[in-house]
Ligand binder design. Structure first.
Ligand SMILES: *Cc1c(COP(=O)(O)O)cnc(C)c1O
Length: 545
């Protein structure tokens, strides 16, 4: 019985001995085997004089964890695009083998087929952009098809192919690779098919960091498949496909502490997708909008309007899909203020066109890894995880009482003590608030003091840009929870330095937990009017803050 690889591989590739790549740190060995330069280039941020690993182990591990597959079920590539190209080169003999596509779909499948000289078999989607499964199965019987490309969510139509349909296709096509391109799956409400890789040997899933993980410029994607398919593709992979600075930057971006921020941004894009879709459906320029599980909308414009000229004039780029029918365009979901500009061009007045004040800070040192997202003009979400339960609760008080959204994740050296984590969270929160405030135009600037029932904390703030700190409260050294007493003033002093604020704190009481909680809550309360936007002027006679 012949194996799957016998059936799908080009014979000369199946029998190929790949080039022996020499990359990666060869431990403490003297590295005199790859004709590299012994010195890094001047000013380099890493050892770029060395060849990178073909498949950097740490990054393979990270993505395998992210996608829920084993290390040997994953191949890192320069974008999902390279995965498509490798599939053609490993399986399709020029002038002989074919790939099946279901237009309208991602244009690169056809281009990659042409580059390899492979034939193309097209089985178009039906009028609702659904798969014609029987048509696909019939076409496979009549043609030497090696690859079946299914795109889900599909670009440019935005709809999904169900898991049942994909798996029944994989079953009906045992002599083909069924390739599911999941470039946009993070924006969908259904899970990836990655979990089915292990049980379906001819299923291949393509993933990318370009869309949901905001790394289009880094060029990183992955092919997920059973180990025999991965090993076959590896034979046609160049020796050093991933640049060392890219490996370093992508690893940094994918640090576990950043995941909550990616998750929050995916939610924002989905919310914006719903908002734009609703708003555009009221536009007199729009004939139809298709539901989308991706970060774009397929839209049909009404004929005989000047909307295309208007968009062009305002330099708002949308993708023309008139090959699918007159007036068809694809619109990517942007940031809220960008989407507001788009809606305005479509003659729909968005409710609030003031750009939201927000910032993201990601800070990684040998002691702590911290990332924070703040959004000053919305109260949700507030999600905090520092590994110090009591401190989480206190940071949450600042955000809730401050009336702003805060997503903060920290992973610090708590096995030593809480000092570095608390201090570095103060730095990151201060930097994030400072960046979100921008030029501080329109802000209230000052906080005010208010009674805090039995805790009696009095906090005054001036978001002056100039750090100053006064602390007058007796807090017992044991503190509360895992937060020691001395870290309370240290937290606020560090925060003020990085935020650029004068902070005055006075408090007294008998119960340490209450005093500390009163200070954090009171700080949030005092921050609320100081952050709030009340106009557009810089609140200073100097004209700058
Ligand atoms: C954007 C896109 C890709 C390309 O992803 P990269 O990782 O940037 O190469 C692949 N497939 C589809 C359907 C896409 O829309």
């Amino acid at each position: 019985m012949s194996t799957l690889i016998d059936k799908i591989a080009r014979p000369e590739i199946a029998s190929l001995t790949p080039y022996a790549a020499r990359g990666g740190a060869r431990a403490e060995a003297l590295q005199l085997d790859a004709n590299e330069n012994p010195w890094a280039p001047p000013g380099a941020s890493g050892p770029w004089n060395r060849y990178p690993e073909q498949q950097p182990a740490a990054l393979v591990s990270r993505l395998a964890a992210l996608y829920g597959v084993e290390h040997d079920q994953l191949l890192l590539t320069r974008g999902a695009d390279e995965g498509i190209d490798l599939l053609f080169r490993a399986t399709c003999q020029a002038e002989q083998d074919a790939a099946l596509i279901t237009p309208p779909t991602f244009g690169l499948y056809a281009v990659a087929a042409q580059v390899q000289g492979a034939k193309l078999v097209s089985v178009p989607l039906d009028e609702n952009f659904g798969l014609k499964i029987d048509g696909i199965i019939a076409a496979i019987q009549d043609n030497p098809v090696k690859l079946v490309f299914l795109c889900s969510p599909n670009n440019p139509t935005g709809n999904m192919i169900t898991r049942d349909d994909v798996l029944s296709m994989a079953k009906a096509c045992p002599d083909q690779l069924v390739v599911v391109d999941e470039a946009y799956i993070e924006f969908a409400d259904t899970p990836s098919l990655a979990a089915d890789i292990g049980v379906t040997p001819n299923l291949v899933v393509l993933r990318t960091l370009s869309k949901a993980y905001a790394l289009a410029g880094a060029r990183l994607g992955a092919v997920l498949a059973g180990p025999p398919v991965i090993n076959l593709l590896r034979k046609v992979l160049p020796p050093y496909p991933l640049a060392a600075p890219v490996i370093a930057e992508v690893s940094r971006a994918l640090a576990p502490v950043n995941m909550a921020i990616f998750a929050e941004r995916i939610i924002r894009i989905k919310q914006e997708r719903a908002r734009i879709s609703d708003a555009l459906s009221c536009s007199t320029f729009v004939d139809k909008i298709w539901p989308s599980s991706a970060n774009f909308l397929l839209v049909k414009l009404k004929p005989d309007t000047d909307i295309t000229a208007r968009l062009k004039q305002q330099t708002i780029h949308v993708r023309d899909f008139s090959n699918l029918g007159e007036g068809m365009i694809r619109i990517s979901i942007g940031a809220p203020e960008e989407n507001d500009a788009l809606l305005a061009a479509f003659g729909v007045d968005p409710e609030n066109t003031i750009a939201e004040r927000g910032a993201v800070i990601s800070r990684q040192t040998s002691e702590t890894q911290i990332s924070a997202l703040v959004s000053l003009d919305r109260p949700e979400p507030v999600h905090i995880e520092t590994g110090i339960g009591f401190f989480d609760h206190m940071l949450e008080q600042i955000a809730r009482h401050g009336g702003f959204s805060l997503v903060l994740n920290a992973k610090g050296d708590l096995h030593i003590d809480e000092h570095h984590t608390v201090e570095d969270c103060a730095i990151v929160l201060g930097q994030a608030l400072r960046e979100a405030l921008g030029d501080r135009a329109g802000i209230g600037r000052y906080g005010f003091t208010l009674p805090m029932d039995e805790a009696q904390a009095r906090i005054a703030i001036d978001l002056s840009g100039r750090p100053a700190f006064r602390f007058d409260a007796e807090i017992s050294e044991t503190g509360a929870g895992e937060l020691s007493g001395q870290m309370v003033p240290h937290f606020f002093e560090t925060l003020g330095q990085h935020l650029g604020a004068a902070i005055h704190i006075e408090a007294e009481g008998r119960n340490t937990h209450h005093i500390i909680e009163g200070i954090f809550k009171g700080f949030g309360r005092a921050l609320r009017p100081a952050l709030a936007r009340q106009g557009s002027a810089i609140p200073s006679s100097k004209g700058v803050l």
